[in-house]
Design a protein. Structure first.
Ligand SMILES: [Zn+2]
Length: 322
């Protein structure tokens, strides 16, 4: 097990997921109280991989005292009820993600937002069907407790700061070990892919859409000011040069925003139409990602005064007339 300054000890356990992103990372902290940061999806393959990984880290599942969930996506929290059944552990999640763990109406609210962005209803139904085929990936978690930014997770020998860094989800949290500069980033920073700015209802008011990329850009600003050394991510290998990656990410979003601005005209287009122009010939789940990308980047254009939206058969966006 790698050792870091000031007593930080943990093991990375890689578990499979049924999602295209591939395997997810679970971080196991063996010091009291024995803690997992994320726990993988609710599938038999994950349960097997996780149990073997815990054994390798010298942890018996019944010793787990708490599970901290980086964000309320099923590839990161699905195994939590099963582990709680075994250990009676506490489950903690970022405050603004807590409603998503128990409230299925959030899924319907997302559907409404997609229809509003111009996604055809057949496309939405297909998306639901595909998810159902994967099984019960969103078990309801009762009794989870909220964690806010600034909280500290104490362990025997060290502590981790909770950073609330919204963007990928509203309540996304990262854990920071300031003495070593090690960050556990969940899906806020990933090595090879840019975390998707997904269309998501505001958990505090599900009739409203959250501005995921506007929030994410602010989170990148905060991260760029932290003394980061190695970042351990929710998927894939650790990031050894996080500040360079944060710069790349900013550039990527600026370039995409510029590309989108060039597609806007004075007549108005829905996000769905723009997604078709920016990413031709996509299918299935990719359409959800594409339309999310468009809406997120248009939020940035609107924030900079370069686009406007109005309501014509869904939200249409056009160039801002000056
Ligand atoms: Zn993920």
């Amino acid at each position: 097990m790698p050792a870091y300054p000031n007593g930080l000890r943990f093991e990375r356990i890689v578990v499979p997921t049924p999602y295209r992103i591939g395997p997810a990372n679970v971080y196991a902290f063996p010091d009291e109280p024995v803690t997992l940061f994320d726990c993988g999806p609710n599938t038999p393959a994950t349960e097997t991989a996780l149990m073997l990984g815990l054994e390798g880290a010298g942890i018996r599942p019944e010793q787990i005292g708490r599970i901290v969930i980086s964000h309320a996506h099923p590839d990161h929290y699905g195994m939590a009820p099963r582990l709680q059944e075994i250990s009676g552990c506490q489950i903690l999640v970022g405050e603004r993600d807590l409603p998503k763990l128990t409230d299925r109406s959030m899924l319907y609210a997302t559907g409404r937002l997609l229809l509003h962005a111009g996604m055809p209803v057949e496309e939405l139904v297909d998306m639901g069907e595909r998810e159902r085929k994967l099984g019960d990936l969103r078990p309801s978690i009762e009794g989870a407790a909220p964690l806010s930014g600034g909280a500290r997770l104490r362990f025997e020998g060290f502590e981790l700061e909770v950073l609330h860094l919204p963007g990928h989800t509203a309540g996304h949290i990262c854990l920071f070990h300031r003495e070593s500069g090690v960050l556990f980033s969940g899906d806020t920073l990933l090595l090879d892919v840019s975390p998707n700015p997904l269309i998501e209802p505001d958990p505090m008011d599900p009739t409203e859409r959250r501005q995921s990329l506007v929030e994410y850009m602010a989170s990148l600003d905060r991260l760029s000011e932290l003394p980061l050394s190695t970042v351990f991510t929710g998927h894939g290998e650790p990031i050894e040069d996080p500040h360079a990656l944060i710069e790349d990410m900013r550039r990527h979003h600026r370039e995409r925003t510029t590309a989108l601005a060039a597609l806007l005209d004075d007549g108005g287009k829905t996000a769905w139409q723009l997604a078709g122009e920016l990413f031709p010939s996509l299918e299935g789940f990719d359409n959800f990602l594409a339309v999310s990308e468009v809406v997120a980047h248009i939020d940035l254009l609107i924030a900079h005064g370069l686009a406007e939206s109005d309501d014509r058969n869904g939200v249409a966006y056009h160039r801002r007339s000056s």
